[in-house]
Design a protein around this ligand. Structure first.
Ligand SMILES: C=CC1=C(C)c2cc3[nH]c(cc4nc(cc5[nH]c(cc1n2)c(C)c5CCC(=O)O)C(CCC(=O)O)=C4C)c(C)c3C=C
Ligand SMILES: [Fe+2]
Ligand SMILES: [Fe+2]
Length: 364
């Protein structure tokens, strides 16, 4: 194996701290071939589908990748914007907002880059961007509040897989969840309150998280428990009594059992039981994407209304809202404690130059 450090870290420019924001990723376009390529990469990940390799590869390439891409492409076309996939455009705005917040707080020693687990920009390109900025200390920050092996675990795999090719490794830290972080709960509560202030309160609030196969939970994935804790803390922050809210799991795939209750079944039950109005929030998604803008905001709305409901409102994800990005900036500062860029923030160019002078003695 050959190593890829070109250019290497440099002694002649100040060292920096790098933050790699990571999210799931999205197809390059909503065309069937691009969606197929994206699904092939995503669904070949052993952390996402744990089934025995040979039967899964036969099923994936023999059946799923021949049928699902057309259906998914159609759904992607309905949410695509002139700037591209919502997940990617929002992620770029989040990276820019985090960069500004950290610049304002620390005086400029941090570089923020974006890397997607599947598709572009890749985790490898994000790490290369940080290396080019001379970021010798790096924080990996997957934008998944709840830990799951299927999301956060696989980000770790991709980062370490790429770093196996580097000769000079950065000092590395990794955020693996923030599901009960007070700032995260407060930002969610504030966004719901803002929605209530404008639209009033529905009879029920549904907190819908992406699902995982039940088997992964049975084998120890803490995701289900993290979702429950987020939901419980959020309901408490909103002072919502138990009969006014529920938690559910969306976006299941395939025939096996996933963690329950299911979002679609819950909404259909509520509609049939005479619940007239609901508001739905997906607190586990840090950015709006196909699963919220199409599945929750459109598909599940139809289902609820067809089942007897009368009013259905989707409350958007936190996206790049300032409370959210301030909370993410707090997380960065906390996880990087002890690192010089955080402990001795340079307010001006002079201080930066002095800090560099101090450290480059060893390089001479
Ligand atoms: C076995 C399959 C899947 C598991 C397990 C899974 C877990 C999981 N996913 C997210 C977040 C997102 N998933 C998104 C799309 C998506 N998810 C799956 C399958 C599994 N997800 C598929 C096949 C797709 C693609 C769309 C489709 O064909 O239906 C997205 C949106 C991507 C976008 O481009 O907008 C997100 C975000 C979490 C948080 C999670 C486990 C906790
Ligand atoms: Fe998913
Ligand atoms: Fe979906």
């Amino acid at each position: 194996m050959s190593f890829v450090n070109t250019p290497d870290y440099r002694h002649d420019t100040p060292e920096r701290l790098g933050v790699l924001l990571v999210n799931l990723g999205t197809p390059d376009s909503p065309s069937v071939p691009d969606v197929r390529r994206y699904l092939a990469e995503f669904l070949s990940d052993r952390r996402v589908v744990e089934m025995a390799r040979l039967p899964w590869m036969l099923l994936l390439h023999g059946v799923i990748l021949r049928t699902r891409p057309a259906r998914s492409a159609h759904a992607y076309q309905s949410i695509w914007t002139p700037e591209g996939s919502p997940l990617l455009t929002i992620s770029r705005r989040q990276a820019a907002a985090l960069q500004s917040q950290l610049d304002a707080r620390l005086g400029g020693p941090v570089t923020v880059a974006l890397g997607m687990r599947y598709g572009q920009p890749s985790i490898a390109s994000g790490l290369a961007e940080l290396r080019a900025a001379n970021a010798q200390r790096v924080l990996i920050l997957p934008l998944y509040p709840q830990y799951s092996a299927t999301t956060v675990g696989t980000v770790f795999d991709a980062v370490t897989h790429e770093l196996r090719r580097w000769r000079w490794l950065p000092e590395l830290r990794f955020v693996n969840q923030y599901h009960d972080e007070p700032g995260y709960i407060a930002a969610l509560a504030a966004s719901i309150r803002a929605h209530w202030a404008e639209h009033g309160q529905a009879e029920r609030l549904l907190l819908s998280f992406h699902g995982i196969p039940k088997d992964y939970f049975d084998q120890g994935d803490p995701y289900f428990c993290h979702c429950h804790k987020t939901a419980r803390l959020l309901a408490a922050a909103l002072e919502l009594p138990a009969e006014r809210w529920a938690l559910s799991f969306q976006s299941r795939l395939g025939k096996q059992e996933w963690i329950k209750p299911y979002t679609d079944a819950t909404l259909a039950d509520w509609g049939r039981a005479g619940v007239k109005s609901v508001q739905v929030l997906s607190p586990g998604f840090s950015a709006d994407c196909l699963e919220t803008l199409e599945e929750i905001a459109v598909e599940n709305r139809e289902l609820f209304l067809e089942s007897g409901g009368q009013s259905y409102e989707y409350i958007p994800c936190l996206n790049d809202n300032p409370d959210h990005m301030a909370m993410i900036a707090d997380l960065v500062v906390r996880h990087c404690s002890g690192w010089p860029e955080i402990e001795h923030p340079a307010a001006d160019a002079d201080a930066l130059a002095k800090r560099h002078e101090r450290r480059s003695i060893h390089a001479e």
